[in-house]
Design a binder for this molecule. Structure first.
Ligand SMILES: [Fe+2]
Length: 497
């Protein structure tokens, strides 16, 4: 359990966001309805759950210790387990019996006893590649975790080959080659403008690592990948070393500084990067998809993502002196299009759909022309905001958008529920729409359920629910791993033999 006492008085620690601090397993989760038999595999989730009271008066949900959880689905049955990611930070704090690390993303606020320790919480994304599971955050290397036992194995540096000090929580995959592409910002240390870009082959070998310099040290959370290009969105949420050294907030959003898209051939050198300049003050975190379109003699690149007029995180807006409530922030799912022959013209934007976040597609659609995207949004007409997840108001709708026709299918969840990021599970039939899995949280009962939806007809609601009967702290990101892939994993289920 978490340490008793008072937590900071904010939504980050209230309602569904209240710390839990338990590791446990449930063999037979109650299932309502019938789970389609073709859904067989593991839904891994990364989350944040602080074990000890923070050392700073204000703290963010994002600072919490990493927890990894797994819903294992097979033959219509579901089991569940959850464990802390045993990072050096977590182990040191458990040994000390108190928090030792300070403010979010600011190593200069840490206890002197841990100045040389890796301060990542590895709480953001479970990444599956080449038979291994990694828990990642963007401020250090990822940590390998045994997918069967959820035991932490250690930091992953590709046999010591990695030069960058960080790898992000949002790698991109080529669904045809099986390659993984990863970036790392602050590659040379806190507030450095160096960004690393790495190619990892389908066998998990680091093939290349190249660096480029961003216009400023941006919170470069995600990037876009097409068949031939990597696109890096740079928004003016900026870290600066003097402020960090003074113990100040790591991230300030500047409304008066421009945004950029960095354009790099995906097998190019960092020196090949070209910059497209855009409007001031924009923000965004997650790319839904991107692809190339050949028009005459030129190539267009389309990047589909949620774009906001300012930063969405309350703790960043507060530090930046930006007075705006989430409901007042203008945002939309946008398509940004650049012409590779006319980068100096900037990008054109086309609104695709209502604002939201946590967008996903089928894995096979990544980087190619596609039709369907899935994401969550908050509709005030469905219900009041609930303390849930990192932005302070839980999402209460799941949506499927047809980016070709514009058709939007919405599943409103009612005034009492919040939904976490969905994950797409392919159908065994090549023509099948597949399935959408998402954890849905009910506020009146403080319980969490895993919902199974037909990805071709989400509006009809779940075909089955796995009812945990207890509360999960909201997930940050999740990943689906098929049973075949899980059985072929590098690590063995040593404690299950
Ligand atoms: Fe993310």
């Amino acid at each position: 359990m978490t340490a008793p006492g008072l937590w900071p008085d904010s939504f980050d620690f209230a309602g569904f966001n209240a710390p839990i601090g338990e590791e446990y397993a449930i063999d037979n989760v109650e299932v309502e309805g019938e789970i389609p038999r073709e859904i067989a595999g593991a839904f891994f989730r990364a989350g944040a759950d602080p074990k000890f009271h923070p050392t700073v008066a204000k703290d963010t949900f994002l600072s919490g210790d990493g927890v990894v959880s797994r819903f294992l689905v097979e033959d219509g049955k579901v089991s569940f387990r959850i464990r802390y990611v045993d990072t050096p930070r977590h182990l040191a704090e458990v040994q000390a019996g108190r928090a030792l690390f300070g403010a979010y993303h600011n190593p200069y606020t840490d206890d002197v006893s841990v100045r040389d320790l890796d301060r990542t919480t590895a709480n953001t994304t479970p990444i599956w590649h080449a038979g291994r599971l990694f828990l990642s955050k963007e401020d250090a290397h990822s940590y390998e975790v045994n997918p069967h036992t959820l035991e932490t194995i250690g930091p992953w540096t590709y046999g010591g080959k990695l030069r960058t000090l960080t790898t992000s929580a949002h790698p991109r995959f080529d669904p045809q080659s099986g390659e993984m592409f990863i970036h790392g910002y602050e590659a040379a240390g806190p507030c450095s403008r160096d960004v690393a870009f790495c190619v990892v082959d389908a066998k998990g070998e680091l093939v290349s690592e190249t660096w480029f310099e961003a216009p400023y040290c941006a919170m470069l959370h995600d990037f876009a990948l097409t068949e031939n290009w990597a696109i890096f969105p740079i928004f003016p949420t900026i870290s600066e070393i003097d402020r960090l050294r003074a113990g100040g907030p790591a991230w300030i959003h500047y409304q008066d500084r421009p945004s950029y898209l960095g354009v790099l051939p995906r097998y190019g050198q960092g020196s090949d990067i070209r910059w497209v300049k855009g409007p001031d003050g924009l923000s965004g975190y997650h790319i839904m998809n991107a692809y190339e379109e050949r028009v005459g003699d030129t190539t267009l690149i389309h990047v589909d993502h949620n774009v906001m007029e300012t930063n969405i995180f309350p703790f960043i807006r507060e530090a930046s002196g930006i007075d705006a409530s989430p409901a007042d922030i203008r945002a939309a799912l946008m398509r940004w299009t650049i012409d590779l022959d006319r980068l100096e013209d900037g990008w054109t934007e086309t609104a695709l759909g209502p604002p939201g976040d946590m967008s996903r597609t089928a894995s096979c659609d990544q980087g190619r022309p596609y039709r369907y995207g899935f994401y969550a949004n908050y509709d005030p007409g469905v219900g009041p905001p609930h303390a849930h997840s990192v932005v302070g108001a839980g999402f209460n709708c799941l949506q499927r958008i047809d980016v070709q026709s514009g058709e939007l299918v919405v599943l409103p969840l009612g005034p009492d529920r919040s939904v976490n990021e969905p994950v797409h599970v392919p159908s065994a039939e090549p023509s099948g729409a597949g399935w959408l899995l998402a954890v849905v949280d009910t506020h009146s009962t403080m319980t969490s359920e895993l919902w199974f939806l037909d990805a071709g007809d989400i509006a009809k609601g779940p075909v089955a629910k796995a009812k945990l009967g207890r509360r999960l702290r909201p997930q940050i990101h999740g990943s689906w791993v098929s049973m075949d892939a899980l059985k072929a994993s590098v690590r063995r289920p040593v404690d299950e033999d």
